[in-house]
Write a protein that binds this ligand. Structure first.
Ligand code: ASP
Ligand code: MG
Length: 411
């Protein structure tokens, strides 16, 4: 038989008996693996950690804008793509990153294996497009780690209890990484991204925003669900319930990032407010004459992620992400309710664990907004958050005014 060039693969030694410095899970976002050069540099980072003796698991996102491109492609073919097929399509982006990274690692003389979510044992419920991880069957990962391999797991995806490929929602690779860190008993989970960490506000809106060193799970959860783009909210919930410390840091620098961990006394005493986050758009619905249980039951059934709920008398006001608009409209029409919605509002939220024990934050927030001539249409609070829906056009100004009023830039 003739030998062919493409059968030649570089020699790969076995790392199986290297010193064991513990399992680490590293997650790289889309920009971190945005092109072949960046993928190769991720490969070098992983090899360095392996050479330091760690059992290395890396969760990769799709390269750059791949997921958006795939979604656009689907939209060009079908106005309402079948959810199962959409998951089959969008899940390939992460698989591409992992296979390429494995090749790059082989070329560095190390062993690596790429796994789809399904192969990695990420078992989810059956909700296409927004599946939740219900179990991690990590046997195959353990076996590969035992053989000394660097394991690359395709983020954002799993296999449902009815054996279908599912995806976990936008930003879902974070959830994959945190769930794996919990299942593998990793000390913490490293989230590599294109920013240095979590900031007191979006530096594009507030140039004086400061990088935070530490945040509690609760603060990060409030920030992530109120518009801080840096981590998927659901993944922070998973981290909190399994107590997996998170280190959000830059792929492109070696600097220390932001640690997210259990709250301690120091956090409570140090900062009243940790940050101000925003969302430029959030749809606000107004419904009258509905039974609460029926309304929110039906919205939950349709996987609409309801945020703020305010009820006064017969009228219920609630907000939900712009992406859930079609599902929400269909559900409200289906219930035969009279409803209206506003698309011209965004949301500005102040978050801080210290708020719990310090009165006057609400007063200062309202005074600041009033002073800036900004009218809050809906206000809602949690023990560590004050959220105001304000006109989308005034969101940036509200963020700047609050950041300044609470002096978040200097500490
Ligand atoms: N590629 C997917 C997305 O962009 C998942 C992820 O990056 O975490 O939403
Ligand atoms: Mg992405």
């Amino acid at each position: 038989m003739a030998t062919t060039d493409f059968e030649r693969v570089p020699a790969v030694g076995s790392d199986a008996d290297a010193r064991d410095a513990g399992t680490i899970v590293l997650k790289f976002g889309g920009t971190s693996v945005g092109d072949p050069e960046k993928l190769k540099s991720v490969a070098r980072r992983l090899v360095a950690r392996r050479e330091a003796g760690h059992r290395v698991v890396a969760v990769l996102s799709a390269m750059g804008k791949t997921t958006d491109d795939l979604l656009d492609l689907a939209a060009e073919v079908s106005p309402r793509p079948h959810p199962r097929e959409l998951d089959m399509l969008v899940s390939v982006g992460e698989r591409i990153s992992c296979a390429l990274a494995a090749m790059a690692i082989h070329d560095l003389g190390h062993e690596a294996i790429s796994l789809t979510g399904s192969q990695a044992g990420i078992v989810t419920d059956t909700v296409h497009g927004k599946a939740k991880i219900v179990e991690v069957r990590a046997r195959r990962i353990h076996e590969a780690l035992d053989e000394g391999k660097i394991v690359l797991v395709a983020g954002f995806q799993g296999v449902s209890t009815s054996h279908e490929v599912t995806t976990l929602g936008r930003g879902g690779s974070d959830a994959t990484a945190v769930a794996l860190a919990a299942a593998l008993g990793a000390d913490h989970c490293e989230i590599y991204t294109d920013v240095r960490g979590v900031f007191t506000a979006d530096p594009r809106v507030v140039p004086a925003a400061r990088q935070l060193t530490r945040l509690s799970f609760d603060e990060m959860l409030e920030m992530a669900s109120s518009g801080a783009g840096v981590m998927m909210a659901r993944s922070v919930e998973v981290a909190r319930s399994h107590n997996v410390k998170l280190h959000v840091r830059s792929t492109f620098e070696d600097a220390e990032g932001t640690w997210i961990q259990e709250e301690d006394q120091e956090m409570l005493e140090k900062a009243l407010i940790s940050g101000v986050v925003h969302q430029r758009e959030e749809t606000v619905y107004r419904v009258s004459g509905a039974s609460r249980a029926q309304l929110f039951g039906a919205l939950a059934e349709a996987s609409v992620n309801v945020d703020t709920i305010v009820q006064t008398g017969e009228e219920i006001v609630f907000s939900a992400p712009v992406e859930d608009r079609d599902d929400a409209a269909r559900t409200l029409d289906g219930l035969g309710l009279a409803w209206s919605s506003r698309d011209d509002l965004g949301k500005v939220s102040l978050v801080g664990a210290g708020m719990k024990s310090h009165p006057g934050v609400a007063a200062k927030t309202f005074a600041t907004l009033e002073g800036a001539g900004i009218d809050a249409a809906v206000v809602s609070t949690s023990p560590i958050k004050i959220a105001c829906h304000v006109p989308s056009t005034q969101v940036d100004r509200a963020v700047q005014a609050l950041h300044e009023a609470f002096d978040l830039g200097s500490r």
